[in-house]
Ligand binder design. Structure first.
Ligand code: SF4
Length: 449
């Protein structure tokens, strides 16, 4: 017998549109809650109209969970740990003693229920009758949704180490569902020493260990051999003298030497430079996509929020010019630039997204979640309704400039909420749920460079 009352998910959010076409005033004010955003001519009702409506409501909850996080009562740790999981949490600022092993959780229609621990959230994760449920704390604890949970199967690479004895788990995160190997080469960023770090970023670990090209190459080759890797993404902070740019090329050479591949499906995120020939070298090395994040579009805001990216990389004008050069080298839709969504105005973000997309650059705008240890710790990201409105307007821009679902899913993390909207509109359904497709399953034979 459940202790919780059934309740509609996140009824305070109401921005679900039917999204088709592109006739949208991008600078219109955010609609009041309860209103609809109109995207031009509305489609005929499809046979899946009910599922689409349910998914848009679930998307509202998904975004609200991303904004608010989830509060987990210590009394529930034992029951949650008993579910057996793949992801480890803790110790955290929320609870020094907390160690949780959680599987991946999904909402009833297939969207993920991201677990980001937050002591201030109204949402909670509890176990009822042996099953995980999402609840909402108030005068009484009420049920929001029963969760589907998926344990990670044991990896064929479990327990493997590099030739110098470092655990593969410390080198990369491998998403075996999509074949994406994600490497953050270091937590170091030399902008910190200059006092010019980005105000939302907590990379500051001076002399942090840098994962060597050899370690990364060994891991990727083993993952390819085990059949669990099809694409590769490399990211990290600035290394003094911008040595990370050489590092990217060395990693690519190691991968090619160890896999025997001429090229590979690989992407990196990097800061702009004033020597544009680096893009030619990166393409030559084997990468097929580049991310180079503006972070902030408004010129004046940018100087205050990302001073190092402004001062060390030739300023706003050079950053944009380098992105445009990169498009000439890699082709349209192969260059991605993120604007942190929630620091500057929505109008400014949309101007940036539109400018970038009009030049063949995918302008992304991921949700800003203020991070502990940064200058913006304790700030709030905007409401879920703000982020949803921004996402629908972004999708309208993507459609206007012809970006396809595959293209916006190709780069690690670029899909986000916009990617979910594309999947709902494309009716990518399976067994009454949205089909899982966080990144395309690229094959190593797909590479063309
Ligand atoms: S460049 Fe900015 S966002 Fe990137 S690691 Fe350094 S401080 Fe962080």
């Amino acid at each position: 017998m459940t202790q919780l009352d059934q309740r509609a998910a996140a009824p305070h959010l109401r921005v679900s549109p039917g999204i088709q076409g592109v006739a949208l005033d991008l600078h219109a004010p955010t609609p009041a809650l309860g209103s609809e955003i109109r995207f031009g001519a509305q489609p005929k009702q499809s046979a899946n109209a009910g599922l689409k409506d349910a998914l848009y409501r679930e998307l509202e909850l998904h975004v609200d969970l991303s904004v608010q996080g989830v509060n987990i009562d210590p009394a529930d740790h034992a029951a949650l740990n008993a579910l057996g999981g793949g992801r480890t949490f803790g110790p955290t600022r929320l609870d020094e003693d907390l160690t949780l092993q959680l599987p991946s959780f999904y909402l009833p229609h297939g969207l993920s229920a991201g677990v980001r621990l937050s002591p201030h959230s109204v949402y909670g994760l509890v176990v009822e009758d042996g099953e995980p449920v999402l609840c909402r704390y108030g005068k009484r604890r009420t049920l929001v949704a029963k969760l589907d949970y998926r344990r990670k199967p044991k990896s064929p690479l479990a327990g493997r180490v590099t030739s110098d004895g470092v655990s593969f788990e410390d080198i990369a995160r491998i998403d075996e569902t999509t074949g994406l190997v994600h490497v953050s080469y270091s937590k170091e960023c030399s902008l910190k020493d200059k006092g010019e770090e980005c105000k939302f970023c907590n990379y500051d670990n001076r002399n942090a260990i840098v994962k060597t090209p050899r370690q990364v190459g060994e891991l990727f080759a083993a993952a390819v051999e085990a059949g669990v890797a099809s694409s590769f993404h490399l990211t990290g902070g600035f290394i003094p003298e911008r040595r990370e740019l050489e590092h990217y090329i060395d990693v690519a050479e190691e991968i090619k030497a160890r896999t025997g591949l001429e090229g590979f499906v690989g992407s990196i995120s990097m800061g702009a430079t004033e020597d544009y020939t680096i893009f030619d070298k990166l393409k030559e090395a084997g990468y097929v996509m580049i991310g180079s994040n503006m972070e902030v579009w408004d010129r004046n805001f940018r100087k205050a929020i990302v001073p190092g990216k402004e001062n060390q990389c030739g300023g706003w004008d050079n950053w944009v010019a380098s992105l445009e050069y990169a498009v000439k080298v890699f082709g349209t839709t192969k260059i991605v630039s993120n604007i942190v969504a929630g620091i500057e105005t929505k109008k400014s973000i949309l101007e940036g997204v539109e400018y970038l997309c009009s030049r063949g650059i995918l302008g992304n705008a991921g949700i800003w979640r203020p991070t502990p240890g940064t200058d913006l710790e304790g700030h709030q990201t905007p409401l879920a309704s703000w982020h949803l409105d921004l996402a629908f307007k972004r999708v309208a821009i993507y459609k206007k400039y012809g970006f396809t679902r595959e293209q916006i899913h190709s780069y690690h993390g670029a899909g986000g909420i916009a990617g979910i909207i594309y999947r709902i509109e494309d009716e990518l359904f399976e067994d009454g749920k949205l089909k899982s497709l966080y990144h395309p399953r690229l094959t190593l034979q797909n590479q063309t460079h």
